[in-house]
Design a protein around this ligand. Sequence first.
Ligand code: BJW
Ligand code: ZN
Length: 293
Amino acid sequence: MPPSSDIETFQKSLASSTKVIILAGAGLSAASGIATYRGEGGLWLTNNPLELSTPEAFEKDPSRVWRFYHPRRDRCLQAEPNAAHHAIAALALPTTLARVAPSLKPDSAPPLLITQNFDSLSLRALEALPPDVREAAAERVLEMHGSAFVTRCTSCQATRRSYETPLSPALADAAALEDDCVIPVSELPRCGGPQWAGSNRYGRCGGLLRPDVVWFGEIPKHMGEIARQLNWCDLLIVVGTSSLVQPAAGFAKTVKTRGGKVAVFNLGRSSGDEDADFLFLGPCEETLPRALG
Ligand code: BJW
Ligand code: ZN
């Protein structure tokens, strides 16, 4: 049977669901000006991911990888959450939940958000909520491909979240550097560097920092928790992902196999559609607020 695009039927399904999970991809942040990977203007259309988004690439040329990531991090910093981020964040409000998803079990509220995005815009959207719901809601956001705002030391493994920029003086103007410019490794972000002043909770070993994002060939974060949660999910809402990258690409099938329903919100057709019970085509910054409103 082809997926339904009837918003009222979807809303009834949401209202009777006891455990809802939202899976997000780059399309969620497209309206905030963050480039997708494979769509129009997508990063992987003009860059080779094997040269920029693998542990081997970082080992071979950390300067090149940081020159790719730091300007993207700056762009995320300047971006603002859009209407789709805010519609998801609003599900943390008891009043919204009581209206749109009254059957959610208490331990499943607000709905879990699994995001593949590294821009942390879903977390920043929570800043618009009252402090008493914000913290619990933040714990329900799993950044499975890491965050542009977290670094990890390649020596002592200390991780640190920071919204400061630049992460090292040499990266201040990284976007303007010539393609063949090589920043010496000693001038790339280091563990315990000047930007860590005042912090004594983390390592200070001087090792080379890397972006704490998940590259190809690495294991995504929170996989144990995600597998547990998917087990009991009766509605998976898939937003703005091409569903081409594993393991996230398989979540819809997992939920379907266990008897749950799947709703896809995407600009166009995607590989996730084959498992969809509901399909809402169009910009999610328009379709999602309407569906969750
Ligand atoms: C809108 C919209 C709007 C636009 N409104 N919609 C061969 C076969 C099968 C698998 C493999 C294979 N070889 C290797 C693998 C595994 C590999 C993989 O899947 N590769 C495939 C590409 C072939 N996966 C991995 O290596 C992963 N690790 C892994 O599998 O470990 C094994 C393991 C798993 C579990 C347990 C134990 C072990 C790691 C994947 C890491 C992905 N990393 C990246 C980079 C992150 C950092 C950075 O940003 O640089 O993550 S790649 C990139 O792709 C990024 C994304 O999170 C990810 C997914 O992309 P996404 O979000 O779907 O974006 P797009 O651009 O593809 O799609 C955007 C969509 O939005 C489109 O559909 C548009 O239509 C839509 N859209 N505007 C609504 N306004
Ligand atoms: Zn260290």
